[in-house]
Design a protein around this ligand. Structure first.
Ligand code: NAD
Ligand code: ZN
Length: 251
C-alpha cells in the first residue's frame, strides 16, 4: 500500500465512523466540473483581462459598471457540460445517509444542490438568484430572458437593474448563514475542507470553530491551515471521491 492509498483508506475510515460530517468547500471543488477557480494553476486570476476580476466582483465597481459583471457571467455560463462531479455526488449521498450535517461552501455555482444536497450554506451566495436593485423583487435566472446574453438584465416589475445574489467584495456575509456554518462546524465530528486556498476571510476563519481531531484538508497546493490538519490530501478532490465511490465506499 502506498502513501496515497493509505491516506485514502484513512479518509474512508473516518467517513465511515462519523455521524456529523461537515464538508467545507471552495472553488477547487468545481474545477473538475469545468468551472475555473481563482487562485489555482488555471484560475481566473491568471487570465488576461481588461478589467481585473477582483474589480468586476467588487460592489463599488458593480454599482457604476454592472455591465462588466453581466458580461463575465454570460461568458462563464456559455461553458458546455458543466455538471456536478464525484465530490458533489458523494457529499449528497452522505447527507441522504444521515451522516452529514451541512455543506458549507464558498462557491456560488449551485452544483451541490444540483447533485442533491439540501442543507447547503452558501457563504458567498448564488449567481442563479437575482434581486432587483430598485424594488427588491427576488427572481431566478430562469425568470429573466436576457440574463445570459451579456446585457444588463432589468426588473420586469420596475425596470431597475438586477443584481446577482452573490456577496461582492466589499459586502457583508449573511449573518444567518455564518451562524449556521459556525454551529455545524462546532458540532462536527469530521471536518473535510476541500478545494480552497483559505485566504478569503471571514470564510477561512470558520475552520477555527472546529474542535475535533479529524480535520481533513484536501487541496492541490499548501494553505495557511496545513499545520492544523490531521490529514492532508493533495490529489484532485473529484478523483479522490470517485475512487472512494469505485471502491464501494459509498455512504
Ligand atoms: P481559490 O481559487 O482561492 O482556491 C482554490 C484552491 O483549490 C487552490 O488552492 C487550488 O490549488 C485548489 N484546487 C483547484 N482545483 C482543485 C482540485 N480539483 N482538487 C484539489 N484542489 C484543487 O478558491 P476559494 O478559496 O474558494 O476562494 C475564491 C473565491 O472565489 C470564493 O469566495 C468563491 O466564492 C469564488 N469562486 C467561486 C467559484 C465557483 O462557484 N465555482 C469559482 C471561482 C471562484
Ligand atoms: Zn424592480
Amino acid at each position: 500500500m502506498d502513501q496515497q492509498d493509505g491516506r485514502r483508506g484513512l479518509l474512508a475510515r473516518w467517513i465511515a465512523e462519523s455521524q456529523r460530517i461537515v464538508f467545507f468547500g471552495g472553488a477547487g471543488v468545481s474545477t473538475e466540473s469545468g468551472i475555473p477557480d481563482f487562485r489555482g494553476a488555471k484560475g481566473f486570476y491568471h487570465q488576461d483581462r481588461e478589467i481585473p476580476l477582483e474589480q468586476v466582483l467588487s460592489i463599488d465597481f458593480f454599482t457604476v459598471n454592472p455591465q462588466a459583471y453581466w458580461e463575465w457571467f454570460a461568458q462563464e455560463n456559455a461553458r458546455e457540460g458543466v455538471a456536478p462531479n464525484a465530490a458533489h455526488r458523494f457529499v449528497a449521498d452522505l447527507e441522504r445517509a444521515g451522516k452529514l450535517s451541512a455543506v458549507v461552501t464558498q462557491n456560488i455555482d449551485g452544483l451541490h444542490q444540483q447533485a442533491g444536497s439540501e442543507r447547503v450554506l452558501e457563504l458567498h451566495g448564488n449567481w442563479s438568484r437575482l434581486t432587483c436593485t430598485g424594488c427588491g423583487e427576488r427572481l431566478s435566472l430562469s425568470d429573466v430572458d436576457d440574463a445570459r446574453s451579456g446585457a444588463v438584465p432589468h426588473c420586469p416589475a420596475c425596470a431597475s437593474i438586477l443584481r446577482p445574489d452573490i456577496v461582492f467584495y466589499g459586502e457583508m456575509l449573511d449573518g444567518d448563514v455564518i451562524e449556521g456554518s459556525v454551529q455545524a462546524i462546532a458540532q462536527a465530528d469530521l471536518l473535510i475542507v476541500a478545494g480552497t486556498s483559505l485566504v478569503v476571510h471571514p470564510a477561512a476563519g470558520l475552520i477555527d470553530y472546529y474542535t475535533g481531531e479529524r480535520l481533513v484538508l484536501m487541496n492541490a497546493t499548501p494553505t495557511p491551515y496545513d499545520s492544523r490538519a490531521d490529514l492532508i490530501v493533495r490529489e484532485p478532490v473529484g478523483q479522490v471521491f470517485q475512487e472512494l465511490e469505485r471502491l464501494g465506499q459509498r455512504p
